[in-house]
Design a protein around this ligand. Structure first.
Ligand SMILES: [Zn+2]
Length: 238
């Protein structure tokens, strides 16, 4: 049981109802560069249940940005290392060593309905597509983040608004080309923005709506781009 004092520096912020945070469940897909700050901040904030998917193993080249892990974890399953971090922070939840299904079966809609918010911390088109579309189909908001070099993007997708397919109807060519680099703090900025969006949704505060925020680490600027559903949005024909 966590003491009242533990959260006293956030419950003194107007509008923070710790019981809403305590009772919330979130699903984080991907425990890498974005998943690390998302999982750490939401867990530290006291989110009651943090469930995570990640099938990967920790590689030495992950460590500069994936701050969930240390040298000791290299070669081990990210799911085991992440589960240990959650336990150390007193957070309930499971960490699955499987891929989030690329074509979620119908029963997933029921499963996803348990979450206050789903966080897309994956790093490829097909995973973004699976997580965002299945979350929206369950009527849940999905906070998406992605990194491309020194650019980071954050968008909260909501049922009835633009979906992933509105923005990206098909997989871009070259999307699977070799490793792309970034600097760790770019993941930190975007992951922190995602965690904040999730807390705002949990606290029922107004949150980012119908727009994508693009952060350019080189200039330090954030551009907010309006995003509306496309005329042939697949969600409308469902
Ligand atoms: Zn759409």
């Amino acid at each position: 049981m966590r003491s009242h004092d533990r959260f006293s520096r956030q419950t003194c912020v107007p509008g923070v109802d710790q019981s809403k945070i305590d009772n919330a469940s979130v699903l984080v897909v991907g425990a890498g560069g974005l998943g690390s700050p998302v999982i750490l901040y939401l867990s530290a904030a006291g989110v009651g249940t943090v469930n995570v998917y990640d099938p990967d193993f920790v590689d030495e080249t992950n460590l500069h940005r994936q701050i969930l892990y240390t040298d000791r974890d290299v070669g081990n399953s990210k799911s085991i290392a992440t589960a240990m971090r959650l336990k150390d922070m007193g957070t309930d939840g499971w960490v699955s060593p499987h891929f989030f299904p690329s074509r979620p079966p119908p029963e997933y809609a029921e499963f996803l309905r348990d979450y206050a918010v789903i966080l897309d911390c994956t790093d490829r088109w097909s995973s973004h597509d699976a997580v965002v579309q299945s979350g929206l189909a369950s009527g849940k908001p999905v906070v998406h983040g992605s990194i491309q070099g020194l650019l980071g993007r954050v968008m909260t997708f909501r049922p009835g608004g633009a979906c992933w397919r509105c923005l990206h109807p098909s997989e871009p060519s070259g999307a699977k080309d070799g490793p792309r680099g970034t600097l760790g703090p770019v993941c930190g900025v975007i992951g922190s923005m995602m965690a904040m969006e999730a807390l705002k949704i949990i606290l029922e505060w107004p949150s980012q709506e119908d727009r994508m925020d693009v952060y350019d680490a080189r200039s330090g600027e954030v551009l907010s781009l309006p995003r509306a559903p496309s005329a042939d949005c697949p969600c409308r024909t469902r």
